[in-house]
Design a protein around this ligand. Structure first.
Ligand SMILES: NC(=O)c1ccc[n+]([C@@H]2O[C@H](COP(=O)([O-])OP(=O)(O)OC[C@H]3O[C@@H](n4cnc5c(N)ncnc54)[C@H](OP(=O)(O)O)[C@@H]3O)[C@@H](O)[C@H]2O)c1
Length: 236
């Protein structure tokens, strides 16, 4: 069977798509990050009542044979639900993408984040703002755009649905007149193409996800301007 890289992330057979994460298994609980509370314990690192974070599968009860892959939650740091968001997988994805892979330059970079109001994108925007960067975010409704401006405090944002996919590049030019240093890509497709158009020389693009193509049934088109990655010496 050939590999179809555009198929839905985890809704596939293991042979269909290469991925860093296993597909969901038939007749098994769906898995993903979850918070649980210890009901009984024979491990002195965990006592009854402790909250833990892990990938136990979304179920009511779970038996742990060791403490591997289970992290005790310290509720003094932040409320429980934060460990599934800012302090969990989405937050780590944003942090590693921006800081380790994207080599964010504090106080200097102009950063563009797509799907900016989502779980990963909203944290990426906030980390970049905390680090003193200029941040532009795209989102798909007026309500999300307002939230990004008022609460997340990004510098410029736009509704990609009203702008239209053929105008994304010119819209980005308005928000980043001197160009983009770092693009945090959650969407792919025309968003990626528009960002490539506006990247500064030696800009960096973090390929976090390509959500626009997860439901496509035919191979998606690649960015038509990818040669700019060579001429502008962009790192993807
Ligand atoms: N590499 C990793 O380790 C890793 C880990 C986690 C997530 N991811 C990836 O990160 C991305 C964001 O994940 P998330 O958890 O933040 O998702 P999320 O909270 O569900 O947000 C996803 C948002 O993407 C936007 N979107 C969906 N289809 C779109 C399209 N065709 N064009 C433009 N925007 C579209 C929608 O926002 P609007 O209404 O604003 O358009 C949607 O709400 C995904 O691509 C995901 O696969 C990667």
């Amino acid at each position: 069977m050939s590999v179809d890289p555009y198929k839905r992330g985890r809704m596939r057979s293991p042979k269909e798509t290469k991925s860093y994460i296993d597909p969901f298994q038939l007749n098994k609980p769906l898995d993903g990050a979850c918070v649980g509370q210890v009901l009984q314990s024979k491990n002195n690192q965990f006592k009854v009542g402790d909250y833990v974070l892990g990938n136990f599968g979304w179920r009511e009860y779970w038996l742990s044979r060791d403490s591997k892959n289970v992290m005790k939650i310290n509720q003094k740091i932040a409320p429980l639900q934060s460990f599934l968001g800012a302090l969990g997988m989405p937050g780590l994805t944003s942090y590693v993408g921006l800081v380790s892979i994207g080599k964010l330059n504090e106080g200097k970079d102009t950063v563009f984040v797509s799907a900016a109001s989502g779980a990963v994108g909203s944290i990426a925007c906030q980390i970049a703002k905390i680090k003193g960067c200029q941040v532009v975010g795209s989102a798909g409704s007026e309500e999300k755009v307002e939230w990004l401006l008022d609460d997340v405090k990004v510098d410029h944002t736009f509704n990609h649905k009203t702008v239209g996919e053929n105008n994304l590049s010119s819209e980005l030019k308005k928000g980043c007149p001197k160009g983009i240093d770092l693009y945090f890509d959650n969407v792919g497709g025309k968003h990626l193409e528009a960002a490539i158009d506006n990247m500064k020389t030696f800009g960096r693009i973090v390929l976090c996800g390509m959500i626009y193509q997860y439901n496509t049934t035919t191979p998606p088109l690649g960015p038509s301007n990818l040669f700019l990655a060579v001429t502008s010496r962009i790192r993807l």
